[in-house]
Write a protein that binds this ligand. Structure first.
Ligand code: PLP
Length: 235
């Protein structure tokens, strides 16, 4: 089956990129970006070794959870999250990777408080500074980190980035390097609970090897595992 081979191939590429960078392959988590995939495909991916799924849309997350499609794996939320939908995500996902505003941070904290749990999150950085992208600007990061520290029902685990679509191979390496520097700076400032800061989520099908070379600890891969997705309008 093609999916099984694709997963194996991506895992091998991750391992090779890690070793080339002098890192252990186990340091890098493969998160399968499962948007538009069916319950059956998600189950097959987990049966073939996927341990983390990343979901973009609340509606798809909710449907797959109801079908128990993620059994045997963790699910992360990786898409843009509206404040009015936090109830469907908090406490139902192991990690919310896409927190990019104070408003959203506080909404997640309140919901986690209600449920009596601590929600793991990443702060999403708009590292390319693109107007069309979600994520906070790098300049806004210190304030958000401080705010996250003040939320007693949030555990800040690190940073996530979606750089611009690269126009040539290697185009995003400087953004990945910039993200790694932000990650290291942030860990340095949070000396009391540094051990929680273990996740730098960056790199997708086109560039995950470059992201690993620059220090990614989690890569989010869709197309290289599942094949091309239908265009946006046809979903
Ligand atoms: C779809 C998606 C990915 C995976 O993209 P591919 O190019 O298909 O590997 C990664 N991260 C996010 C946030 C996504 O929405």
């Amino acid at each position: 089956m093609e999916l099984r081979e694709n997963i194996q191939r991506v895992q091998e590429r991750i391992a090779r990129a890690a070793i080339a960078a002098g890192r252990a392959p186990e340091e890098i988590t493969l998160c399968a970006a499962t948007k538009v995939q069916t319950d059956e495909t998600i189950r097959a991916a987990i049966a073939a070794g996927i341990r983390v799924c990343g979901e973009n849309r609340v509606q798809e997350l909710t449907a797959h959870l109801a079908a128990n499609a993620y059994a045997g794996a963790q699910v992360h939320f990786i898409g843009h999250l509206q404040t009015n939908k936090v109830r469907q995500v908090v406490g139902r996902t192991a990690l919310i990777q896409s927190v990019d505003s104070l408003h959203l941070l506080q909404a997640i904290d309140r919901q986690a408080d209600k449920l009596g749990l601590k929600q793991d999150i990443l702060l999403e950085v708009n590292v390319g500074g693109e107007a069309s992208k979600s994520g906070c600007l790098p300049e806004a990061l210190p304030d958000l980190i401080q705010a996250a520290g003040a939320c007693s029902h949030i555990r800040l685990r690190g940073l996530m980035a979606i750089p611009p679509i690269s126009s040539y191979p290697g185009a995003n390496r400087r953004y990945f390097a910039q993200m790694y520097q932000l990650f290291i700076d942030m860990r340095g400032k949070m000396s009391d609970n540094q051990s929680d800061m273990d996740c730098l989520s960056m790199g997708m099908s086109a560039d995950f090897e470059d992201a690993i070379a620059e220090g990614a600890t989690l890569v989010r891969v869709g197309t290289a595992l599942f094949g091309p997705r239908p265009p946006m309008g046809e979903r």
